[in-house]
Design a binder for this molecule. Structure first.
Ligand SMILES: [Ca+2]
Ligand SMILES: [Ca+2]
Length: 193
């Protein structure tokens, strides 16, 4: 997260008030030792993201097992809750956003996005051309059975799910260095000819 972005969030959150939280439920997943909490309240993704301390981040669901844990931990609650996914679509036209609704998603932590997903059939969809560029998980006791949705605003939102614990991030620097190394190897081989 760039400093500029952080400042933007801080300024934004100073002007927007978050609805009072009705409750907080937390649970630890024994598989990874991470703590998860569901905080109730109607808020935008930016407000939810900005409300977290340094140890906590909006939850990143990177496996079917983690998805199952979330469902079992908070299974009794109904509503749509923010997760830590967001989409970079700056400068895209509405038509481009709709066509690329599934593209350019990322996790707030920098973990790999796309190794696992739980989109509902038909999602992500940039609903009716709306700029839906943040990830939420929705349980309505019916067809939305903890499936993922690309969402905007906060009108449907009942809270967020946050996570605390160490994670691993792919290192593009390593790949770049490896690429440079291979290029160098190719160059030196050519020179030997
Ligand atoms: Ca996670
Ligand atoms: Ca959607």
């Amino acid at each position: 997260m760039s400093l500029k972005w952080k400042l933007g969030v801080a300024v934004l959150s100073a002007f927007l008030s978050v609805s009072a939280s009705a409750g907080v439920i937390s649970s630890v997943w024994s598989d990874n030792g991470h703590e998860y909490m569901l905080v109730e309240g109607q808020m935008t993704w930016d407000q939810a993201n900005a409300s977290l301390g340094s140890d906590w981040y909006l939850a990143t669901i990177t496996s079917a097992q983690e998805q199952s844990f979330i469902e079992s931990a908070f299974g009794n609650l109904r509503g749509e809750f923010w997760l830590g996914g967001y989409q970079s679509e700056v400068g895209f036209t509405q038509a481009e956003r709709v066509a690329g609704a599934a593209d350019n998603w990322a996790w707030v932590t920098g973990e790999e996005f796309g190794g696992y997903d739980n989109w509902k059939v038909g999602e992500p969809n940039e609903w009716r051309g709306t700029k839906e560029d943040h990830l939420a998980v929705w349980n309505n006791g019916g067809s939305w059975d903890w499936y993922w949705n690309d969402e905007h605003g906060r009108s449907n939102i009942k809270g967020y799910i946050a996570e605390k614990g160490a994670y691993s991030v792919p290192e593009p620097g390593t790949l770049a260095l490896l690429g440079l190394g291979l290029l160098g190897l190719g160059a030196s081989r050519k020179m030997q000819k």
